[in-house]
Write a protein of this length. Structure first.
Length: 133
């Protein structure tokens, strides 16, 4: 793992949350993107090397909608940048971690992604991210 790529925050409203985070961070979001396969609208902020991803559900059965229903708004996941996502998936599976997908999926911000089950990571949903070519 190379670095923390971003922290994902589940929100009820991208519009109102963008306003909050623009005031908090002192910068505007640089990108909004829908990931239809996951039922989510994303908004990204960049502060130096760090990124914040806001996530709003676009349908009731999406993982973000279920998260907010269970836990409310807040930190949803932490994402780590990796050089070779497939190799990292094999390494982590060999270490006993449970992957939530067996193949990398296309995610927001031009990334290939894979999630680790939070039961094996002290309750934290971990995302692996590799720049898609």
């Amino acid at each position: 793992m190379n670095k923390i790529e971003h922290i994902g925050i589940a929100v009820k409203s991208i519009e109102s949350s963008n306003s909050v985070f623009e005031k908090l961070l002192g910068v505007a979001h640089y990108k909004m993107e829908e990931v239809a396969t996951e039922g989510v609208l994303t908004s990204f902020f960049k502060i130096g090397e760090s990124k914040i991803e806001l996530l709003e559900a676009t349908r009731e059965d999406s993982p973000i909608a279920k998260f907010i229903e269970k836990r409310g708004e807040g930190i949803h996941h932490i994402a780590f940048d990796v050089t070779d996502i497939r190799a990292e998936m094999v390494r982590l599976q060999d270490e006993g971690f449970t992957l939530l997908n067996t193949e990398p999926k296309r995610g927001a911000d031009n990334k290939l992604v894979c999630f680790l089950h939070p039961k094996g990571t002290n309750g934290v949903l971990v995302e692996l991210c590799q720049e898609a070519n």
